[in-house]
Unconditional design. Structure first.
Length: 109
């Protein structure tokens, strides 16, 4: 029983890195220096406020859809959430162009 819990914690850490840390690096690379503090503050407000609210509401509705007569279909519940996190990671990997050329990008001079 402890294995799935530890796997969930590990997946949460990976998701945190994909969403939060990589987005902050993206902002640091793409936003001009005079606007970086404002961009980081906007990002923090959106991810810490608006996104959390929408995530709580959406996941709560998904949980209600997966619960019938007091029984929850946990494998389907978690499989869809994992697939959504994987889709976001794949999209970001595909869409992020970074600074420079090639897989290992170098900072612009």
């Amino acid at each position: 029983m402890c294995g799935p819990l530890l796997l969930g914690i590990a997946l949460h850490g990976v998701s945190y890195v994909f969403v939060t840390v990589v987005a902050q690096v993206y902002l640091a690379e793409r936003v001009e220096p005079t606007m970086q503090a404002r961009a980081q503050a906007l990002f923090a407000m959106l991810t810490g406020g608006v996104s959390n609210l929408l995530g709580y509401l959406g996941t709560g509705m998904w949980f209600l859809m997966m619960t019938d007569r007091g029984a929850t279909r946990w494998p389907l519940f978690w499989s869809v959430l994992c697939a959504a996190a994987l889709a976001v990671a794949v999209y970001f990997t595909w869409a992020y162009h970074g600074v420079g050329r090639g897989f290992f990008r170098r900072p612009a001079p």
